[in-house]
Design a protein around this ligand. Sequence first.
Ligand SMILES: Nc1ncnc2c1ncn2[C@@H]1O[C@H](COP(=O)(O)OP(=O)(O)OP(=O)(O)O)[C@@H](O)[C@H]1O
Ligand SMILES: [Mg+2]
Length: 475
Amino acid sequence: MFLNIRKKIAISFTFFILTSTLVWSLNLYNHYQLTKKIKLIDEKIELLNTVLECRRYEKNYFLYFNRTDLREAITYASNAEKKQADIIDKYKEAVRHLPLRGHLKNLKQYKALLTDLLNTDAGKHREKLLQKQIRTIGKQITDNIESIVSNEREKIRGLIYKTNLYLYGALIAIFVITAITVIFIALNVNAPLKSIEIAIHKIAKGDYSSIPPVSTGDIFESLVNSLNRMIEVLNRRNEQLIHSEKLASLGTLTSGVAHELNNPLNNISTSIQILEEEIEDGDVEYKRMLLEETENQIDRARDIIKGLLEFSRERRFVPRKVNFKKLVEKTMKLIKGEIPSNVTQHFRLDDSLEVRIGPHQIQRVIMNLVINAAHAMENGGGEMTITAERTDENTFCFQVRDTGEGIRKEDMERIFDPFYTTKEVGKGTGLGLSISHGIIESHGGRMEVESQEGMGTVFKVSLPLLCEIPEISRN
Ligand SMILES: Nc1ncnc2c1ncn2[C@@H]1O[C@H](COP(=O)(O)OP(=O)(O)OP(=O)(O)O)[C@@H](O)[C@H]1O
Ligand SMILES: [Mg+2]
């Protein structure tokens, strides 16, 4: 039988409260017993003191034969008798097993002997006899009460020991019950909540794998089931989205290729038509010019096709260990000629940045970004800063910053599209950023751009320090 979580918590708290109540009731009962015993012993000590006082007067009388002492002794004996009777009356249960009733009889007898001594003018012999009897019985009374008091003290000690034992036992019991309750709640509430939290974090990070099912039979089970259903729907939507995105980018790519190739092909066709028409004509110079133009246009078409090939090929790489600073320096040497002289270059590169990447592919990205920056500052000049540093134990980041013309807000969304370029015909194919973006993605990294029109642009690339072989290369 499965209980829902509210019932489970209610049961565990009821168990906790019941056990605590039981443990504390036991302790309270013990405490009550102890208080009662202490009161009883107080009264017995008072009785003992009265008897001792009585005996003091008795002894005085037998020393000095002063009748006042004898009277005092009788008064104290009466008091003791009354106290004894009171105790028997008040603590019937507690003194049932004690020989107090016998003492009461003794006390009565003792008092009678004292009174006898006071009232009768006995002769010396009789007085001696009474004295002997009084002393014996008086001693008996004191000894007995003393032994009762010490007995009671012993019992109280035992009771205190027991109470302490119960108290420690209670503390341990409550500690154990609290621990059990906490463990119970941790296992039944925290653990499923934690796994749900982890699953939600994973979803937020884009990992749509389903949560391991739980069979607690409570709200968590239905929550996990609902989340798994939601993940399923999200996965399906994602697939649809990827599919439609693929179609859209294929459309952009196709129309881009068509458009880009159409221009050189048109030009080639026009030149050939003119050559056909004027084949008999003697203007060799003009015909040579037309043939050169045709060759240029063929080169341009070849460039476009080369770019397209790279677009798909550059995503494949085998990671290698390289020093990132050295890689940037090597790349800068290759494209030295592309950077105008009015552009000042700054480098802030961590010497010790050892990374595992596809070196040719990342070199291609650096080239694209640096040449774009250089083009953006071509007219007015400016400053280009390249930085690279480790960002945490697993990632590093490099940036290419320029103070060039910047990117217009409306162009921002399109700069990563294949064939999107603002550069004049022949200067850019518009494939640089889309190729770079693909390369960074296949490395498991991210590329971001910030730009302000007229102020400059910064491209920020964040990459894992140790990149894995991309899926696409493994296949
Ligand atoms: N640093 C930059 N400053 C200003 N605009 C930029 C910068 N980098 C890119 N752009 C804009 O983004 C567009 C696309 O860049 P991308 O590198 O993809 O193509 P391209 O440079 O035009 O051509 P290609 O790189 O293929 O020769 C550029 O035409 C330009 O408008
Ligand atoms: Mg470019």
